[in-house]
Structure formats: structure tokens, C-alpha cells
Design a protein around this ligand. Structure first.
Ligand SMILES: O=c1ccn([C@H]2C[C@H](O)[C@@H](COP(=O)(O)OP(=O)(O)OP(=O)(O)O)O2)c(=O)[nH]1
Ligand SMILES: [Mg+2]
Length: 157
């Protein structure tokens, strides 16, 4: 039983042919926020990401995100710190109506080429609730104390 069990929705996963043998995305610890995603690159064709380059890395699964939720694809801090590997579009947005393969857009911001092997845990996915709002155009925006101040207007200390 994990920390979030009482209200747990179900994530349905469709395994694609090239995802055969890849471990299901999983929470590595009981209280983990994200499920680790693995690279479904070919066993005999690891993907080398040279410095400054990006690549779409397959996960091998279609994710059926429950209605009312989104999937956020986020970097793993270890890969970012040790190797400069991050998600270019972080957090990647997986819509609940998307039925294609989830892919991870990695970029190498490090100085060395990075080799992505089959089954490597390359990113993590957080499932988060989303609200779709009604959109309405207005003539004036409601007054606030902040007003138009932003981008550092409140200072640093
Ligand atoms: O890191 C990502 C980001 C997106 N997607 C998939 C799922 C998502 O539902 C879809 C569309 O993503 P997004 O809306 O970010 O991209 P877009 O450029 O706006 O494409 P679209 O016009 O298809 O919405 O692409 C991924 O597999 N990985
Ligand atoms: Mg879009």
C-alpha cells in the first residue's frame, strides 16, 4: 500500500511491440511523486546524445491518463546533475486524450556524449489533476494590490 492509496485513480498502459520486456513505469519508493520512465531504444542500438543535441526517446507505452488528470514528464535530478541530461520541454505535458506513444524529449547540456541504453530510467512522470476553465474576454481586469508589478517587483530580500 502506498502513501496515496485512498483516492488512487488507475493509469492504464498499452504496451507497444518495441516495449516488450520493458518494466512498467513504477514509483521507486512508497512516497515517490513520479513514476520512472524507461528508454525503449533497441537493445543493440543504444542512442548516443552528443553535447548540445536533443532526441525523442520512446518509452514503449501508450498511457491512458485518467480524465481530469495530466501526465507531467520531468527530468531526473541525478541525470541532470551528473550528466547534464534534462527534458527540453520540462514539464512535458501528456494529455488525457493522447493515445500515441509517450516519448521523452531529452537534451544533453553536459560536455560529454551520453549513451542511452534500453531499459535505462531516463525521466519521471507525475500524474496531476488539471482544471479546464471557461474562457471569457472582458473589458477591464480586476484591481489588485500587485497591479502590473512582476518580474522582481517585490525585491529579493
Ligand atoms: O514530452 C512530451 C510531450 C508531449 N507528448 C505527447 C503527449 C501530448 O498529449 C502530445 C502533445 O503535446 P503538446 O501539447 O505539448 O505538444 P504540441 O506541440 O502542442 O502538439 P499538439 O499540437 O499535438 O498538441 O504529445 C509526449 O509524448 N511527450
Ligand atoms: Mg498541444
Amino acid at each position: 500500500m502506498n502513501a496515496h492509496a485512498p483516492t488512487q485513480p488507475t493509469l492504464c498502459l498499452l504496451r507497444l511491440p518495441h516495449g516488450a520486456g520493458i518494466a512498467l513505469p513504477a514509483y521507486e519508493t512508497g512516497g515517490a511523486a513520479g513514476m520512472d520512465l524507461r528508454a525503449a531504444v533497441a537493445e543493440d542500438q543504444p542512442l548516443t546524445l552528443p553535447p548540445g543535441q536533443r532526441a525523442l526517446v520512446p518509452t514503449g507505452f501508450v498511457f491512458e491518463i485518467p480524465a481530469g488528470y495530466e501526465g507531467q514528464v520531468r527530468p531526473r535530478s541525478g541525470l541532470a546533475f551528473k550528466n547534464g541530461i534534462t527534458c527540453l520541454n520540462t514539464p512535458g505535458t501528456i494529455d488525457s486524450d493522447y493515445r500515441g506513444e509517450v516519448k521523452v524529449l531529452l537534451v544533453n547540456l553536459g560536455e560529454e556524449p551520453f549513451v542511452i541504453e534500453r531499459g535505462m530510467r531516463i525521466a519521471q512522470m507525475v500524474i496531476a489533476p488539471v482544471t479546464q476553465v471557461a474562457v471569457r474576454e472582458v473589458e477591464t481586469a480586476g484591481e489588485t494590490t500587485r497591479g502590473a508589478g512582476g518580474f522582481g517587483s517585490t525585491g529579493v530580500l
